[in-house]
Design a protein around this ligand. Structure first.
Ligand code: OAD
Length: 250
């Protein structure tokens, strides 16, 4: 079912309206329209020569902590300057319309929270938080520290962003809650994610295995596209507000 062919399918409108529990998975694509670059699209400027998959690893941090810290400082600055876009805001509006709503995000920015979403599972952590690699203490004012990367005030260890890197495990509780929400919802939306990085990539397939309809919103094809019940091909910031308006007239 394509977005471009005759607007939103009436069956989807009815399913959304009758859902008691909607689960949503978001990826970097939903924040792209806020100016936060995605991971697998060409980067521009200073960091264009670096592959995020080579920087977002514990090995990269051990090898060159300064480089990794500076890449995250650049991303943190982009996040701080960014504002939630109509896609984030439409999801916060959707949450107010249904009795149960679970928003699982792979994004480490805080744009969903700033848009007003409440029930958020942050699978890959939070770029605005910093913790020590040795004693794991969280530090609020790390960014005022003049070392790069800054050092832990308690034990002198290196501080790192509180995000999940390639090769690291996801927070167990968050992961369990995400799998439960994928199994127990009435409708699952997969928005702005390449569906390539596990375990998040399995979530829409878990929903499908449980006979739960899955909607994909993405301008590009992904490994999920062929299996999705509804495919809305377009930018989240355009498709989501229109979807919410069509279903709930808000
Ligand atoms: P990717 O960069 O892999 O994929 C972004 C997806 O968003 C692509 O499929 C794009 O087609 C789509 N997209 C781009 N603009 C869009 C728009 N305006 N509206 C809707 N979709 C749009 O990002 P993720 O799938 O989030 O993990 O990547 C998953 C994980 O891999 C990330 O969380 C990160 C990364 O490495 C960790 O850091 C652990």
């Amino acid at each position: 079912m394509e977005w471009d062919e005759g607007g939103i399918h009436q069956g989807l409108i009815a399913k959304l309206r009758n859902s008691n529990h909607i689960t949503v998975l978001t990826g970097a694509g939903i924040s792209a329209e806020s100016g936060v670059p995605t991971f697998r699209q060409a980067q521009s400027g200073l960091w264009a020569q670096y592959d995020p998959q080579q920087l977002a690893t514990p090995q990269a941090f051990r090898r060159n902590p300064r480089l990794v810290w500076e890449w995250y400082s650049w991303r943190r600055e982009l996040v701080n300057k960014a504002k939630p876009n109509p896609g984030h805001i439409a999801l916060a509006t959707m949450e107010q319309q249904v009795s149960r709503f679970t928003l699982i995000t792979q994004n480490v920015d805080d744009l969903h929270r700033r848009a007003g979403s409440q029930n958020i599972i942050a699978l890959h952590g939070d770029i605005l938080k910093t913790r020590c690699i040795d004693c794991r203490t969280y530090t609020e004012d790390a960014l005022q520290n003049e070392n790069i990367p800054p050092r832990c005030f308690h034990c002198g260890g290196l501080l790192r962003p509180d995000v999940v890197w390639f090769g690291e495990s996801l927070p167990t509780e968050a992961l369990e809650a995400a799998f439960t929400a994928a199994r127990e919802c009435d409708l699952f939306l997969s928005i702005g994610t390449s569906t390539l990085v596990e375990p998040a990539a399995s979530l829409p397939f878990i929903a499908l295995q449980n006979d739960i309809p899955v909607v994909e919103i993405n301008p590009e094809e992904t490994p999920l596209s062929g299996s999705a019940t509804y495919q809305l091909k377009g930018a989240a910031g355009k498709v989501l507000p229109e979807l919410v308006r069509s279903v709930w007239q808000v």
